[in-house]
Write a protein that binds this ligand. Structure first.
Ligand code: HEM
Length: 412
């Protein structure tokens, strides 16, 4: 009981929170949307890590100390060829679309963070601790994710381990929270009347909007974020609608090479003198030794085509492009591997996390996996990896190495 009724109310007092919008039903609706959304986010995030085949080689693994958290990893398939385009497009677009729901949910339960006593029992103390991991972990995941796709690498350390470990901490707290709260949330949704207490303000202010109106507002904000983000994953003419995407507004130019890239040849430190017809030789090593091939010699080998997208870890992707070049499995056979093995790829690139990459035997064996020399009927442009680049179905863009210098077939 407040000694002096004129004294201002503290956040620890239910009367401090005046909004008539708060209540178990408002919170339950937002909670159930997040229950589905965050689970899909976690799943697609784990797939993003698996798609890099981190178990294949240290060059693919940006979170080498993961230990048991890598239990779920598997050999990433090559079918369907749009797989990573879908999973990472969903991951980033859904992540951004859920931001208003996450913020509204946190707003709706803020009074609970101030309730006293902080712990009524050990179980209550544990639940409150899990709430700190849930709220802290959730904000951490969304903030690091958004900073990453906005190319704002201001987080302390590498994005990969931060976001990966953060995901496990957040999701573990999320599962505990969902197990505890989902039955209550479903009951609250069925309940017709809400009793004061438990988020319902004992002295609500005059409503300025109805709960339904507030939920429509949150839904509208999510829809707006969705509409100004999804274009980067759909590609084509819709790319221009991706106003929030850092590459969204960039004009990739027109013509056969006029589609999106991440790093230009200049940004990657490619020295044009090294890519000329006289200077550049692809070094291919395998069981029977090493061969050095000029671009003309590669163009003289049997050429194959494949319609494949570029799908970036940042969530943007292009529609299928028509690539043409030498099959990786044919290059493997050239150095004595009739049964295509794993492949280690090195680029002329001087900057960037994925200057080297490893491909698994199933990726090398796929007839659509190419060392591409042409795209959409024209020679690759310098920014698309001229003299030659890797293109593999269903693989993240970072494994489709540009400006290839060396291929080493065999045990990695
Ligand atoms: C706005 C929200 C989010 C955005 C924009 C986002 C963005 C991203 C991006 C760009 C990657 C690929 C990183 C890379 O390989 O370069 C990624 C990976 C991942 N995300 Fe998120 N994310 C978000 C929220 C979440 C949440 C809430 C979770 C967990 C519940 C999560 C779990 C993961 C995991 C496990 C990975 C794999 C990390 C790795 O490859 O090392 N993300 N996310």
């Amino acid at each position: 009981m407040r000694d002096d009724p004129r004294a201002p109310l503290l956040p620890t007092s239910p009367g401090f929170w005046r909004s008539p919008l708060r209540g178990p039903r408002f919170t339950a609706v937002l909670g159930l949307v997040l229950l589905v959304g965050v689970t899909v986010l976690f799943g697609t995030g784990l797939l993003s890590y698996a798609a890099c085949n981190p178990g294949l080689s240290p060059v693919n693994d940006k979170t080498p100390d993961k230990g048991v958290l890598g239990f779920y990893l598997f050999a990433w398939p090559t079918d369907p060829h749009w797989l990573y385009r879908l999973t990472q497009g969903v991951h980033v677009t859904l992540g951004i679309t859920l931001i208003p729901v996450l913020l509204a949910k946190l707003w709706s339960v803020v009074p609970r963070l101030f309730t006293l006593p902080p712990a009524r029992s050990l179980a209550h103390a544990l639940e409150r601790l899990s709430l700190l991991l849930l709220v802290g972990g959730g904000l951490f995941q969304f903030v690091t994710g958004v900073l990453n796709v906005q190319l704002d690498y201001v987080f302390p350390g590498s994005f990969y381990p931060l976001h990966f470990y953060g995901a496990w901490v957040f999701f573990a707290a999320f599962v505990a929270h969902a197990a505890l709260k989902t039955p209550t949330a479903l009951r609250n949704l069925r309940r017709l009347r809400e009793e004061p207490g438990d988020l319902v303000s004992p002295r609500p202010a005059e409503p300025t909007v109805s709960r339904r109106g507030a939920l429509w507002f949150v839904g509208g904000a999510s829809l707006l974020l969705f509409a100004t983000t999804v274009g980067q994953s759909l590609g084509g003419a819709l790319r221009r609608t991706a106003l929030l995407a850092p590459h969204g507004g960039a004009d990739p130019g027109s013509g056969p090479n006029g589609f999106q890239i991440n790093k230009t040849a200049t940004h990657a430190g490619i020295d044009r003198a090294e890519t000329g017809a006289d200077a550049w030789r692809l070094v291919v090593t395998g069981r029977t030794g090493t061969v050095r091939l000029s671009r003309a010699q590669l163009a003289g080998l049997p050429q194959y085509s494949a319609a494949l997208p570029i799908a970036c870890v940042e969530g943007w992707s292009t529609p299928d492009q028509w690539w043409r070049g030498v099959r990786l499995r044919d290059l493997a056979a050239l150095v004595g591997h009739d049964d295509p093995p794993d492949l280690f790829v090195e680029s002329l690139q001087r900057h960037g996390a994925f200057r080297k990459a490893a491909l698994r035997a199933n990726q090398v064996a796929d007839p659509r996996s190419l060392l591409a020399l042409y795209v959409n009927g024209e020679e690759l442009s310098p920014d698309h990896g001229h003299p030659a680049r890797i293109i593999v179905p269903a693989a993240p863009g970072v494994l489709n190495t540009k400006w290839v210098a060396r291929l080493t077939f065999g045990d990695l």
